[in-house]
Design a protein around this ligand. Structure first.
Ligand code: UD1
Length: 416
């Protein structure tokens, strides 16, 4: 099994270009099957989650051409087959085939999705939404069947502004008869990116990016070109690295407003940065002070950056606090971080209390999930000595060319 080996403590200089957003791409690719023609998606990240979706598309008989960061999908000959369990458990986002296939064929048979175990991760809101559109649902173990004689627009209120449920309902509703209104919709930038893609195909969606999304059903969707937005979580991860090790390090090809909550937290801790239109540069590492962070839905502090922020907080002077409000089980990286020398306690209110500043020392650690893995990688980059990380398959699910990007700016990291 491959591992990362990192020699820590090197300052980093140069430019890191950010790839397309994983959480957009993993919804755009299933959305392509709603189209009756060929669509081209550009700026798709080279990550294993995209490989897994490509496998599902091929299993459904879509014609897929992938060349570096461009994916061309022709859905003319798509067949409504059962998606096998070994494919759907490879990633969380396989659930977007529920909305897309339901929208296209009014029937889906597949297995429950997989993904990182960062909490219970129910999909009840997705299913309630499909029911409101007219689908009946039967489940047997992990097998699920959705079927609708006809899909009809409806008003759907989400108890929680779930990213997945918002996108999935949009996918099912674009070809439904009449008008669907999603209330208390999630407002993440990835939702806007997916709505724009569908609108480019001819869908009639308004309000994406606000809490009320309106969808007027259409009969056909035509081919189009579309670009994935920059990955705000990848950008945030490298910005945290820049704050810790930047010696004139630029994080490039980003939309800074998408990570405003992180930028303002880092500034509060004392990080000096130059924020440009599509880049952020950290000229030098400073002396930082402790801060308090609470994860929230967009535009609040993203839960996906909470774990990568922990190594930064170990280097801040004083008592920092991180409260996780979205997922129940998102401190799995903490035990290994403590083994490296951090002083962290997690209490029953899903709050990690980090006393800094502490020196971190390299050791053998493990990636427990995607962002937890990124967190361990950052620990390795700032630690004294050698760190090896196993289970890196989690990290490769979401970070495009991570070794190359870090090596390019002077990090001592290799895949062994
Ligand atoms: C997406 C992101 C993930 C991120 C999360 C929150 C993708 C592929 N993944 O996950 O990286 O951490 O948003 O920003 O885009 N919930 C329910 N019932 C549901 C659905 C969700 O109770 O049917 C709850 C979840 O348990 C969780 C909260 O709602 O507590 C948010 O989940 P959601 O926004 O749906 O996350 P995902 O779309 O799975």
């Amino acid at each position: 099994m491959s591992k990362f080996k990192i020699e820590g403590g090197n300052l980093l200089r140069g430019v890191i270009n950010i790839s397309g957003a994983k959480n957009s791409a993993v919804a755009l690719i299933p959305a392509a099957i709603l189209c009756d023609e060929e669509t081209t998606i550009m700026n798709v990240p080279e990550i294993s989650d995209v490989d897994s979706l490509e496998e599902i598309l091929m299993c459904l008989n879509a014609d897929v051409k992938r060349e570096k960061n461009t994916v061309i999908i022709d859905s003319k000959n798509v067949e409504n087959k059962i998606i096998p369990e070994e494919l759907s458990v490879k990633l969380r986002a396989s659930y977007y085939f529920m909305g897309a296939l339901l929208g296209k064929f009014h029937k889906v048979e597949m297995y429950f999705p997989g993904g990182c175990s960062i909490g219970e991760r129910p999909i009840d809101l997705h299913l309630k939404g499909f029911e409101k559109l007219g689908a009946t649902i039967s489940e047997e173990g992990s097998y699920i069947k959705l079927e609708a004689k006809e899909l009809k627009g409806n008003k759907i209120y989400l108890d929680i502004p779930s990213v997945g449920a918002t996108i999935n309902i949009m996918l099912a509703a674009v070809k439904a008869k009449g008008k669907t209104v999603i209330e208390n919709a999630a407002q993440e930038p990835e939702i806007v990116n997916v709505a724009t893609y569908l609108n480019n195909m001819g869908a009639k969606i308004t309000g994406a990016g606000t809490s009320i999304i309106k969808i007027e059903g259409v009969n056909t969707l035509k081919g189009c070109f579309h670009e994935v937005i920059p990955d705000r979580i990848e950008a945030g991860t490298y910005l945290i690295i820049a704050a810790l090790l930047g010696n004139d390090l630029t994080i490039n090809k980003i939309i800074p407003s998408h990570i405003e909550s992180l930028i303002s937290k880092l500034k509060e801790a004392g990080v000096k940065m130059e924020v440009g239109e599509d880049y952020i540069t950290v000229k030098e590492v400073g002396n930082y002070k402790a801060v308090k962070v609470k994860t929230l839905v967009y535009p609040g502090f993203p839960t996906d950056l909470q774990q990568p922020l922990i190594p930064f907080l170990t280097q801040c002077n004083g008592l920092s606090k991180v409260t996780e409000t979205i997922w129940e089980n998102r401190f799995q990286n903490i035990p290994d971080t403590i083994r490296m020398g951090a002083n962290i306690k997690v209490n029953e209110n899903r709050t990690a209390i980090i006393r800094g500043k502490t020196k971190l020392t390299g050791c053998d650690v493990s990636a427990t999930d995607l962002r937890g893995g990124a967190s361990m990688l950052i620990c390795g980059l700032i630690a004294e000595g050698t760190t090896t990380i196993d289970n890196i398959k989690y990290i490769l699910r979401g970070y495009d060319n991570i070794v190359e990007k870090l090596k390019e700016v002077g990090a001592k990291i290799e895949l062994i």
